[in-house]
Design a protein around this ligand. Structure first.
Ligand code: FMN
Length: 312
């Protein structure tokens, strides 16, 4: 028997125990509804829903997505129906699922993050909160929360104070070194950290002599960012192992197959999230899960925990 269970909140009262380490990343699987009928979706470790704000948002102007070599750029601008719709319409459906759903929240101020977390308290069907600190802080002139360790600490502590749900802080890679913000989150009450969000990039439409995206810049994702993400996951896992060994790392960035997932686990991730690959292969999560089991069988590994961080 192979044991794929992984614990994402070991210090939390209820914990956040996943049946397996394969999660889907925010913004690439909606609220799980469109994909609910795809064979095997309820076998996933967890679903992280689209970044959700206090009020509904229609997002940025088009064009807001483009292909790149080995990836994509997006500037969707957090299009979502708002937290009230999520709580009233989606959460009751999630409550009937076996797969836990984690709500990714996005605020423009610390108070908005607090209000979002407060509204989610006690909502059946919500297994945890992922705090997206890659969004702009309007009171800091639009600089993203995740760019500054002190701000990440304040957001994390503020959310922690108002929720009893497991809290995952999703970190931005754009400072180049994620360790300071990972430490800030861990020291301020995060149960786990997830990384990486997209890397800021841009494209030019040469016929129009204009940036391809209406927003000018967008977030790069997909296989192109995998080596960068893997480096950052490994750095953060090593750092946390020394200072906050009870705070697991969730690895994200360009994971497209079981080998990629294994690399992240060996680099110290306790679970992985798959993003861009969902757009081209909605069954990727299930295929990765099967690949992990196959690898463990071949190698005689009984528990996935034996693979976590072995390459560090
Ligand atoms: C179209 C799109 C929308 C996204 N929306 C969100 C979001 O709402 N909140 C968030 O935290 N991350 C969001 N992300 C980032 C992903 O969750 C993930 O961190 C990133 O894409 C890297 O993983 P990947 O290379 O496997 O796609 C989005 C990514 C894409 C491609």
């Amino acid at each position: 028997m192979i044991n794929l269970h992984t614990q994402l909140a070991p210090c939390h009262k209820r914990g956040l125990l996943l049946r397996n380490p394969v999660m889907v990343a925010s913004g690439t699987f909606g609220y799980g509804m469109d994909n609910a009928n795809i064979a095997g979706v309820h076998l996933l470790g967890a679903i992280t829903c689209k970044g959700t704000t206090l009020h509904p948002r229609s997002g940025n102007e088009q064009p807001r997505m483009m292909k790149t070599s080995s990836g994509m750029l997006n500037a969707i601008g957090l299009q979502n129906p708002g937290i009230h719709t999520v709580i009233e319409e989606y959460a009751p459906i999630w409550a009937t699922w076996q797969t836990p759903v984690i709500v990714n929240i996005a605020g423009e101020t610390i108070e908005e993050f607090v209000e979002l977390a407060t509204l989610l308290e006690g909502v059946e069907g919500v297994a945890g909160i992922e705090v997206n600190v890659s969004c702009p802080n309007v009171l800091a002139g639009g600089a993203v929360f995740g760019a500054d360790a002190q701000t990440v600490a304040t957001v994390t502590a503020s959310v922690r104070r108002v929720t009893t749900l497991p809290v995952i802080v999703k970190l931005s890679p754009n400072s180049g070194d994620v360790r300071p913000t990972a430490l800030a989150a861990a020291s301020s009450g995060a149960d786990a950290v997830s990384l990486i969000n997209t890397i800021t990039g841009m494209g030019i439409n040469i016929s129009k002599r204009r940036p391809t995206l209406a927003n000018v810049t967008g977030g790069l994702s997909g296989p192109a960012i995998k080596p960068v993400a893997l480096r950052m996951v490994s750095e953060v896992a090593q750092e946390l192992r020394l200072t906050y060994p009870h705070v697991p790392v969730i690895g994200i960035g360009g994971i497209s197959n079981a080998n990629d997932a294994l690399e992240f686990l060996m680099a110290g991730a306790s679970a992985i999230q798959i993003g861009t690959i969902n757009f081209t292969n909605p069954r990727a999560g299930i295929e990765i899960l099967e690949g992990l089991e196959e690898f463990m069988q071949q190698e005689g590994i009984k528990s996935i925990t034996k693979l976590i961080g072995v390459a560090l």
